[in-house]
Design a protein around this ligand. Structure first.
Ligand SMILES: *Cc1c(COP(=O)(O)O)cnc(C)c1O
Length: 357
């Protein structure tokens, strides 16, 4: 399918942010976005890059009532020589289609999806910031638009992609975070939708996140819903532990989102000869390793931060300090290495980087 392009006129073009240090995350969007419509009888039609605008939806659009909504999160990076790169975009496309399957939504043709991302990023490439650690965030989204009440899979959908410049995740430098173990509230359960980027998962997570924030913690560490014993994820990131000489991360159980950064960390650490183990990890084991001094590092992984060191954990009414509150050596090495691949500063032995300009 050929993407139709309608360029924003000069009066539709927005003022670009001038101070990259104030970008933050998710507040600024570019001049264009991509839209693609679906009807059960027609399939996907009308792929268009058009001026960014407000969407019009019927008040009974099914996404507003029954939560048929999925999304992705990826980035475009500007290299020092003004080259532009994506990082493993096919993995995001695959995951979006997996989420679509679980929520009874239609798959998008992967070639059209990638074509849309590349063309949209290139049309608005002047919006990609230059500062260290800054990037262009890409948010593909699919919503059910059929106007009808009654719980059933919709027969009409809108797929769209918005993009916007985001600031460095660590504007004050790479530093450890404090996390709160939620023993009462859970994010997802095996058999549910935890492995999908479905909007409802995030609505369900807000309550525990608010408690964590009120207690002075940045993120929630989620436990399994059945036994409240095994570690699953931290906030909207995956989690890793260095115990002894091993790098350990919870296995993908169906309740955990399979992060692309998680997969990259696993590959890279294995490539360096670090033993990497994917299995169930209990809080008891973590607390025990901390007490015995074998718990060396904890970090979270995700597109937003790459890796984020954990300095403190609140669990069972006590605060536990990890690695003396310092950044672990493996954490730091992974951060630097992945960042340099993403920004084209280093050769990419894994073939993860896609140069688009
Ligand atoms: C997006 C997300 C992650 C991280 O995935 P990446 O592909 O590494 O960005 C982890 N957990 C949850 C719940 C997420 O939504």
């Amino acid at each position: 399918m050929e993407i139709k392009i309608i360029k924003a006129s000069s009066h539709e073009m927005k003022q670009k942010p001038t101070d990259e240090s104030k970008l933050g995350f998710g507040k600024v969007f570019t001049d264009h976005f991509f839209t693609l419509k679906y009807h059960e009888d027609l399939g996907w039609y009308d792929p268009t890059i058009e001026p960014y605008r407000i969407l019009q939806l019927d008040p009974t659009a099914m996404c507003l009532h029954y939560g048929q909504e999925i999304f992705e999160g990826m980035k475009a990076y500007r290299g020092k020589d003004d080259s532009i790169y994506l990082f493993r975009p096919s993995e995001n496309i695959k995951r979006m289609n997996m989420s679509a399957e679980r929520l009874c939504m239609p798959n998008v043709d992967p070639d059209l999806f990638l074509d849309a991302v590349v063309k949209l990023v290139l049309i608005d490439k002047d919006w990609i910031p230059h500062g260290e650690g800054t990037s262009l965030y890409i948010r593909p989204t699919m919503i059910a638009t059929e106007a009808a009440l009654g719980v059933h899979p919709a027969n009409e959908y809108l797929f769209f992609i918005v993009i916007g410049p985001v600031g460095a995740y660590y504007p004050e430098g790479f530093g450890p975070t404090k996390i709160y173990v939620s023993e009462q509230y859970v994010r997802s359960v095996r058999g549910g939708t935890g492995y999908c980027k479905a909007g409802g998962n995030y609505a369900a997570s807000l309550y525990a996140s608010r408690i964590a924030q009120q207690m002075g913690y940045t993120q929630v560490l989620w436990l399994d819903a059945i036994e409240r014993k095994y570690v699953e994820e931290v906030g909207t990131s995956n989690i890793f532990f260095v115990i002894g000489e091993e790098l350990i991360t919870p296995a993908l159980s169906g309740a955990i989102l399979g992060g692309i950064t998680r997969d990259s960390v696993i590959h890279m650490a294995k490539h360096w000869g670090v033993p990497v183990i994917e299995r169930a990890v209990s809080m008891d084991e973590i607390m025990d390793a901390a007490a015995r001094g074998t718990l060396k590092e904890i970090f979270a992984s995700g597109t937003a931060a790459i890796v984020s060191p954990v300095g403190q954990i609140y669990y069972q009414d006590k605060e536990h300090v990890i690695n003396g509150g310092r950044i672990g050596t493996l954490t730091e090495r992974l951060y630097n290495e992945i960042l340099q691949i993403q920004y084209g500063m280093k050769e990419d032995p894994f073939g993860w980087r896609v140069k688009i300009a």
